[in-house]
Design a protein around this ligand. Sequence first.
Ligand code: CMC
Length: 389
Amino acid sequence: TGAITIDPGYKNSGSCKSEITFLDGELGILRYRGYSIEELAESADFLEVSYLLIFGELPTTEQLEKFENDIKKHSLVNEEMKSIIDGFPKTAHPMGVLSSLTSALTAFNPKSVNVDNEKEMYEAICKTIAKFLVIATWTYRKSMGYPLNYYDNTQGYVENFMQLMFKLPTQPYKASEVVINALDKLFILHADHEQNCSTSTVRMVGSSHAGLFASISAGVSALWGPLHGGANQAVLEMLEEINKDGGDTDKFLAKAKDKNDPFRLMGFGHRVYKNFDPRAKIIKKAANEVLGTLGVEDPVLEIAKKLEKAALEDEYFKARNLYPNVDFYSGIIYRALGIPTDMFTVMFAIGRLPGWIAQWKEMRENKEPIGRPRQVYTGHPLREYKSKK
Ligand code: CMC
């Protein structure tokens, strides 16, 4: 074997070839299967984009209908899963519960672990898309002490998210068009982002031929961190703190620049985008529109705009090419839709699910080898064992 090159954080190492997502960080371009994110976010719906990512082409009406129906068929979650949920304290973070529940799905659907042919793979995919949405909302219902809701087969996938979250036992629930369109857009914008931390995790775990649920569960854990998907919760908490503190954005900007202070401007900076994040542009516009249409006045939106403007004019941020990322404005929309702050990263996970699945499927179909990086050992040379007991 030759010399080993180390690349901490894989800043400049490719792990695979992929046909799914194209990203140009210099030009701020993002495309799913060749379609621009701007067009998809504007006109497509989430299951259509999920199909596109997973199967490579936009679905025809019949294909999409079949896909939706196959998802519906698998929307029941084993009742025994509820006793697992009951074991968590109400205060548990929904992402931790979601990761555990996703992993637990393996126990109730053991057939989904071995996917030796296209049919089995398709079934595992539909099961994951259906059940993940249900358990994601159950993490919230449980934390509130509310009875759990079930998938309503008369409603669409995104509509179902809202009724699963908010339906009261005695009343019918129908989400408004504005809300559904906003969620469709947000989920589409989060649906894939090539080899990011959680997706690389899904591919890595899946490369040992662990099942889909186990791989996705690992992806949820990776996404939870504040440097990744957890940033959307952190952004809102930061904006609220600035608001409580009197709205002094300069003070927080100074903290973010201070190298002795671990504080970072959450929702700013990106490993790959060094000019702008195209998703952030779309989300900022959507935040203005959604809050305007719903008639929501939220002081943190003004603080976010003020903070963004100040950071973009600041030498520190300019020199490091730090721009708002997808997480900067998304939480403001979630909040306007009534979604609690600690569910924001779960929203990201629901959106990213088709991307994780598509990447896992590609990895399996390409028969990629097990992921196993090398290292350069820097510890002790051989030493003689002398007990210190
Ligand atoms: N606030 C202040 N300084 C920053 C920030 C920030 N948000 N982001 C990067 N920097 C500085 C960093 O200190 C470093 O400075 P120096 O060169 O003087 O040491 C320089 O910019 C480069 O940063 P890095 O940490 O080496 O860059 P990275 O590619 O390893 O990290 C990042 C990328 C996204 C983790 C980072 O920008 C960050 O921590 N941002 C805040 C968290 C966040 O918003 N994450 C969401 C990412 S986007 C979507 C997602 O994955 O969820």
